[in-house]
Design a protein around this ligand. Structure first.
Ligand code: UTP
Length: 475
């Protein structure tokens, strides 16, 4: 049977035959390209998704028994817990020394809000040197590897759209000093964009409009790419997971990894105390004994605003998307070569071809992108663990050019963290009357991983005071 007819017979029953509209105009190579994309899609499943998520606006069901999730507090509540944290920190360091931990960065997003041309990881973020996000992490990974006496492998997830540019950037910069085999790139899956009428959209005459399938795509992509096999071969048990736009994160955290291990957790998370009931962070909740993260937009206001007798928020725990995940858990989840996580709908302005084949750039949302989220794997774990983190030491998301969660706020947080570290080492740092650091300071992540590194640096250089208004890079 002819190729077009074959495709038509699959598409027509689910009313997607418009995708072949330009078929007669395409060259054989273009026809093959489009056919290849269509072959990747299970159209019966897609039809179901369209009915469930596009033609109607899906409602998140809030379980009746929904409560706030339990967590380990930042400051141990008693002596017993203090001893546990000490043991966990030592255990984490031992796991790192034994090479049982690797880093995992998700860098497959499109970074639309940042509006930067290129993979987000190539954005120059460091406040003084302008080092890129990728270099900042790479330097830190190198230093952490030195500290624990075992080089860390770095798993970097890209999407089909930015894989080439990302790899090329690493090559151009000689992998920022990492051994090339220390970095494992892998590519997440894609999802076709869908118009409000339920029709899949064409980006070009020979191509669907495809976008990355969300950070939930990480888990299956780890299996399909052979990353899990490599980890197993190398005896790696845990992944330290973080997002490419958060350079404040310690690339590995011995306490967090150690507690994950001691608690026999399969998937763990860091939580931050929310700044208010509606802060745009996922909420750690519990239902039927399982931890679940509910998006800020889905938690009903009366729950978001509910308070404990002491006035504190009941649903205080927000998610900065920092995890430790066990390799065995991912192996188990993806065992059959598939993984079903719930989809989340995002209404977007999606450039696409109209019926005449002209490219339309809509000014209002015209369709839906479906993404899965990694945190939806948490309820699937037999055991989980949540640990409170100190916001100013680990969370500086770079979503927008200015304002909230921006390049500006991220740089200010990096400067503030480094200033506090210097102060803790006895250095006098200039501050404004309002307490803002009155200098631009950057500690090299290649040289400094933790407070012990700062103390050593300060002693070695006999550093006492930073001049007001100084612009300093310390390496
Ligand atoms: P965001 O959800 O903030 O998306 O991703 P984004 O693509 O960076 O930015 P916007 O929303 O388009 O402005 C959080 C993290 O998850 C990764 C991103 O690269 C970022 O590190 N991510 C997101 C993926 O790796 N794949 C995806 O499909 C989506």
């Amino acid at each position: 049977m002819d190729r077009r007819q074959q495709l038509f017979d699959r598409l027509a029953p689910v009313h997607q035959e418009q995708l072949l509209r330009f078929w007669p105009e395409l060259s054989p190579a273009q026809q093959e390209k489009l056919a290849g994309q269509l072959d990747e899609i299970d159209f019966n499943e897609m039809d179901q998704l369209i009915r469930e998520y596009v033609l109607v606006r899906p409602k998140t069901r809030i379980p009746d028994d929904l409560g706030p999730a339990p967590y380990f507090p930042l400051v141990p509540k008693d002596e017993e817990q203090r001893a546990l944290y000490e043991k966990a920190e030592a255990r984490g360091a031992e796991l790192l020394r034994a090479g049982k931990v690797s880093c995992l960065t998700v860098a497959g997003g499109q970074g639309t809000r940042l509006g930067f041309d290129g993979p987000k990881g190539t954005y120059p973020i460091a406040p003084v040197t302008g080092k890129t996000l990728f270099e900042y992490f790479a330097s830190s990974i190198l230093r952490a590897g030195e500290k624990f006496g075992k080089p860390l492998t770095w798993y970097v997830m890209t999407s089909l759209l930015n894989r080439e540019a990302t790899e090329a950037f690493f090559r151009e910069h000689a992998f920022f000093g990492l051994a090339p085999e220390q970095v494992f790139f892998f590519t997440q899956g894609t999802m076709p964009a869908i118009g409000y009428d339920g029709k899949l959209l064409l980006a070009e005459k020979d191509s669907l409009s495809l976008s990355p399938n969300g950070h939930g795509g990480t888990l299956l992509a780890l299996r399909k790419s052979g990353a899990l096999d490599r980890m197993k071969r190398e005896g790696v048990e845990y992944l330290s997971y973080f997002q490419v736009d958060n350079p404040l994160i310690p690339v590995v955290n011995p306490l967090f990894v150690g507690l994950h291990d001691l608690e026999n957790s399969e998937m763990s998370a860091i939580m931050l105390a929310k700044t208010g009931p509606f802060e745009k962070l996922g909420n750690f909740c519990v239902t039927q004994g399982h931890i679940e993260i509910i998006e800020y937009s889905d938690l009903p206001a009366e729950l978001a605003e509910s308070r404990n007798p002491d006035g504190s928020l009941r649903f205080i725990a927000g998610s900065p998307a920092i995890h430790v995940i066990s390799r065995e858990f991912i192996e188990h989840l993806t065992a059959g070569g598939s993984l079903k996580l719930p989809w989340h709908r995002a209404d977007k302005k999606i450039p696409c071809l109209d019926e005449a084949g002209n490219l339309v750039k809509p000014s209002e949302p015209n369709g839906v992108k479906l993404e899965s989220f990694i945190f939806d794997a948490m309820p699937l774990a037999k055991r989980t663990m949540v640990l409170e983190g100190r916001r100013e030491d680990l969370f500086a998301p770079t979503k927008n050019p200015t304002g909230v969660d921006s390049v500006e706020s991220c740089r200010a947080l990096l400067v503030d963290r480094d200033a506090r570290r210097l102060e803790a080492a006895g250095v006098k740092v200039p501050r404004t009357p309002e307490g803002k650091v009155d200098a631009l300071i950057e500690l090299s992540p290649r040289r400094i991983f933790d407070q012990a590194d700062v103390d050593a640096y300060v002693a070695e250089h006999n550093l006492r005071e930073i001049a007001r208004g100084a612009k300093l890079y310390l390496e």
